[in-house]
Design a protein around this ligand. Sequence first.
Ligand SMILES: *Cc1c(COP(=O)(O)O)cnc(C)c1O
Length: 420
Amino acid sequence: MFIIWITYIFAISLKDKERMKDSTLLQIAKDFGSPVYVYDAEKIEFQYKRLTKAFSKVKNLKLNYAVKALSNISVLRLFNKLGSGIDTVSIQELRLGLKAGFKPEDIIFTPNGVSLEEIEEAAKLGVQINIDNLSILEQFGTKHPKVPVCIRINPHVMAGGNTNISVGHIDSKFGISIHQIPLLLRIVENTNMNINGIHMHTGSDILDIDVFLYASEILFDTAKNFKTLQFIDFGSGFKVPYKKGDIETNIEELGEKLSQRFNEFCKEYGKDLTLAFEPGKFLVSEAGVFLAKVNVVKQTTSTVFAQIDSGFNHLIRPMLYGSQHDILNISNPKGRERFYSVVGYICETDTFANNRRISEINENDILCFKNAGAYCYSMASNYNSRYRPAEVLLYKGKAHLIRKRETFDDILNNQVEIVL
Ligand SMILES: *Cc1c(COP(=O)(O)O)cnc(C)c1O
C-alpha cells in the first residue's frame, strides 16, 4: 500500500515538473517580466480531486476553498469550475467570490472579530454565515432569529507546533470556547435562532492525524446539542511539505478514518449531514512558484549574498513565519552548488534563505521559489513604494496573465496630494 502511494506521488510530481519546466518558467519571466508569480491550474485541480477522493465514502462532502490563501479572481473561477465552494473571511472576499460566479449558497463567511453590520451584510447577500463569539451571536440571533447560523467552536487542541498558526489552543482569539457551551446553548434557546452548522479550524498544520481526530470528537460532542444541523465543518490545517523531510498530512489516511467516524456519527444523529472542509494551503501552495531575478551577487568576508529584485514586500512568509521555501536557480540548474544567503532589495532585513545550497548564481539569473501559491501574493504589499508583482496562470499549456504588474499610478492611487 505504502509503495503504491509513494510511486503514485512520484509519478504525479514528474508530471508537475513537465508542466512547470525550467524552460517554460524562464520564458514566462521573459514575457511577463520579474518578479512574477506562476500558478499551475492542473496541480490545483489534482489537489482538489485528491481531497475529494480521500473522502469519497462520505455521502455529502463540501470543499470550500479558503480564498485568503490566493484570491485572484481567475483562480476563484477555476475553483468554481471544479465545483468547489469558497470560504471567505471578509465582505470583500465574499464580493470577489460572487463576482467570480459563485452562488451565495456556495459561500461560507467565516470572519473573526468583525462588526455586526458586516455579518448582517453577508447574511443579506444570502451566504452561510459563521459566528465565532457569544456577543455577536446573541445580537444577531435576537435581530434575525430565522437566518441559519453556523457556530465556530474552539476545541482547545494544539494541532500544529507553531503558536502563530495554531488557533485552537486555550488563549487563542478564535472560536467560542467549548467551556462556554452552556452559555452558548442559553443564547440559542433564548433567541430561538437556527443553528445549522458547527465549525472548527484548529490551526494551520495537522502533523498528527490522531490529534485532529481527537478535536473532531469534541466537535461531534458539541453537535449533539443541536437538532437542526445540516453540516459539520472541520476547517483546515492540511500540511504540505515545504522542504525535504517535511511531514505532509496523509490525506488518504485522514479521509479513511474521519469518513468512517463521520458516517457513524450521522447514524447516531439520525441524518446524513454534510462534511465540510475549507482548505487553502493544501489546494494552492504547491501549485505556485515565485520567480525573481538576481540583481547583485555580493561577496563579503563571510557570506555570499544573492540579492533579488524582490523582498518581503512580495513574499513575507520567511520573515513572518520563518518558513523555508526551496529556492532553485533555474537559469543554471546544473551548476556547481555553493552556499548563498538569498536576500531582497528592501531597505530592511529581508532574508529569504540563510546559507542555502543553490547551484552557482550569476547576476541576472532567475531564481524559482517553490510553494509560493498560498499566502504569498495575497500578503504582498507596496512597502518601499515597490510595485506588487504580476501573476500568471498556466492553464491547458498556455500562460495567461491574470494580474498585471502594478505601475506608478497604482502607487499614487488614493493618495491625496495637498499643496502646502
Ligand atoms: C485561513 C483559514 C483556512 C485555510 O487554512 P489553510 O491552512 O490555508 O488550509 C480555513 N478556514 C479558516 C476559517 C481560515 O481562517
